[in-house]
Write a protein that binds this ligand. Structure first.
Ligand SMILES: Nc1ncnc2c1ncn2[C@@H]1O[C@H](COP(=O)(O)OP(=O)(O)OP(=O)(O)O)[C@@H](O)[C@H]1O
Length: 572
């Protein structure tokens, strides 16, 4: 609720005007049966045609005003809902952008996607509908009761007698319904996850003819969502029929009692006609109020899920200055790390690189190579040890400053649905010459020149309209552009042939003297000329030195090298 109030607060002024207009329109609606009763009981018996026409005109004016005022108020309500949701969605997106890698792992991407889409939609729907019905329904209900009391207090008692039943029904059904909608949203998260995996992995699914398997997987989760939705809706759907039952029973009593009262001359026929209209108005108002409760159940469940993300506190703070004087550019001092407690991924890793030096990292899959990079960029905080850049503990460097030092080509990096030039530039306002130069180094120039639109060629989402090697080259160009202080190539030459890989390494050696480079590779040829090579196995440093040193002293390294000899010769 707090979240809703917070985001609607800037529009309180506009909302108040809208609600006042709604209020006036609703009063017009409320007046109509009363005017009708007055015409039947007091104007018609006078048999004065002019007065009848006059009161008829009053009724028409009230009806038209009611329609116009309601339309204006509804439009204003939609605007308030639209604007408050826009700023909520903006804040949520911003918050998600700044969540740490650890927090992203904890939430999971699907739930964040559904909080940003379905939950903000529910928020919008709730705010909009609440303004439209939230004031109208209670006014119709209360106003209806007050007017019926003035018309005929005895008949109104019948109506009031069934009120506690209605309130109890709304209370108990809503109490059960709210948690069911929260659960439903969690099932929807799972559904999004399956859809995401299915669409991302569509190629491999087709290649392995696993369409049926995936369809079954989707059917299972879809079934669960349907069941959760059915349970939630079934619970809430008890509301309306029960209301109808109570109110129609009340109406039957009203008709019975009014028949006696008209016969006894204690009330007039016009009053009974008006009473029936008010009874319908009150019935609809009650139904609207139950709908408001359903709506609020969903809206509050969604608002809670959004609020949890918005209130997530930063788990990686910038610590106080910690700097030593050193000629090393990058230092890992006995760094240990685990993603989860008890699952050690890196153990006492130490190495140092001077500015412009190159480190090659090699090791079996899952040995922790990429994790070293993630720690250097402070995507995760280390458990023990220290990581320094230019002598500064990275925990003391503001994130923007830290990340601006890097040019990174990750293993499975992403390309966006934009031009090749913008994919390389990536919002950095680099001069076009710099972009072209980076494609020369990354050996991407040839294929870009062959495209009709060249650098303006638009990529599909994730660069789906490029080959694996072409994608890799654009990603490497992005890492090289802007001559970063630290260049990271994480297995990024895997989709390049040996010759192109060698050309890329030559370009880096010849033109990036001031850039400290870390290359993660499966092929020894990609790192054999590196100043230092780190051999990693199950998170432990099992070798460190130059290629020649490791060939002499490290059996594991020698074995890998010998098994890749053919490739090495080609690469030169
Ligand atoms: N976000 C994460 N949460 C939990 N565990 C993770 C996460 N990322 C990686 N791991 C685990 O950490 C270990 C090291 O992963 P890492 O990606 O560093 O390996 P790698 O040596 O780069 O592997 P590869 O050569 O296959 O890319 C693996 O066992 C992996 O399952």
């Amino acid at each position: 609720m707090k979240l809703m109030i917070d985001y609607v607060r800037p529009y309180f002024g506009k909302m108040s005007i809208g609600l006042f207009i709604k209020f006036t329109g609703t009063i017009m609606d409320l007046l109509l049966p009363w005017i009708l009763a007055y015409i039947i009981d007091n104007v018609i018996p006078l048999k004065n045609m002019n007065r009848i026409i006059l009161w008829g005109i009053v009724m028409i004016i009230c009806s038209i005003l009611a329609v116009i005022l309601n339309i204006v108020a509804n439009r204003m309500a939609s605007k308030v809902a639209r604007d408050s949701t826009e700023s909520l969605r903006h804040d949520l997106f911003k918050k998600i952008t700044y969540l740490s890698a650890n927090q992203l792992d904890t939430y999971g991407i699907p739930t964040l996607v559904s909080r940003l889409t379905t939950d903000t939609y529910n928020f919008n729907h709730t705010i909009g509908r609440m303004q439209r019905m939230g004031i109208r329904a209670p006014i119709l209900l209360l106003g209806g009761i007050v007017i019926t009391l003035t018309l005929d207090p005895v008949l109104t008692l019948v109506l009031i007698a069934i009120m506690p039943l209605i309130v109890a029904t709304v209370y108990f059904v809503s109490k059960k319904g709210i948690p069911l909608f929260t659960q439903l949203q969690e099932e929807v998260d799972q559904l999004i996850q399956v859809v995401r995996e299915n669409i991302t992995g569509s190629r491999v699914i087709k290649a392995l003819s696993k369409e049926n398997y995936e369809q079954n997987r989707f059917m299972r989760i879809n079934d669960t969502v349907v069941k959760a939705e059915t349970t939630a809706n079934m619970t809430m759907s008890v509301n309306s029929p029960l209301m109808n039952l109570f109110l129609n029973t009340g109406l039957t009593f009203v008709i019975l009692v009014s028949a006696f009262r008209v016969n006894a001359g204690t009330t007039q026929p016009g009053v009974i006609v008006a009473f029936m209209s008010y009874f319908t108005i009150i019935l609809n108002a009650m139904l609207s109020i139950t709908r408001i409760f359903v709506l609020m159940s969903r809206g509050l469940a969604s608002a809670d899920r959004i609020q949890t993300v918005l209130e997530t506190e930063a788990d990686m703070l910038i610590e106080k200055k910690d700097e030593i004087s050193t000629e090393q550019h990058i230092q890992f001092e006995q760094v240990s790390f685990s993603y989860y407690q008890g699952q050690k991924i890196l153990n006492e890793i130490s190495f140092s690189l001077k500015k412009g030096e190159t480190l090659g990292i090699i090791g079996p899959t899952g040995s922790g190579k990429t994790t070293i990079i993630k720690l250097l960029m402070r995507l995760y905080d280390i458990d023990r040890g220290t990581i320094r850049i230019n002598g500064k503990n990275i925990k003391s460097i503001p994130f923007e400053e830290l990340h601006s030092l890097f040019g990174v080509a990750f293993q499975k990096d992403i390309l966006f649905a934009d031009t090749i030039a913008e994919n390389i530039n990536f919002g950095r306002d680099l001069p076009i010459d710099e972009i072209i130069r980076s494609t020369d180094f990354a050996q991407a120039d040839e294929f870009i020149d062959s495209l009709n639109a060249g650098f303006e060629h638009r990529l599909s989402t994730k660069g789906a309209n490029l080959s694996g090697g072409q994608k890799q080259r654009v990603i490497i160009s992005r890492a090289l552009a802007g001559e970063p202080d630290i260049l990271i190539l994480d297995d990024s030459s895997s989709a390049l042939d040996y010759k192109t890989d060698a050309k890329l390494r030559n370009a880096i050696n010849n033109h990036f003297h001031q850039t400290t480079t870390i290359i993660i590779a499966q092929r020894i040829s990609s790192i054999r000329n590196a100043d230092h090579i780190l051999v990693l196995e199950e998170g432990n440093m099992v070798g460190y030195g130059t290629h020649d040193e490791l060939m002499k002293i490290n059996e594991g390294y020698r074995e890998i090298s010998q098994s890749q000899m053919g490739g090495d010769k080609v690469a030169g």
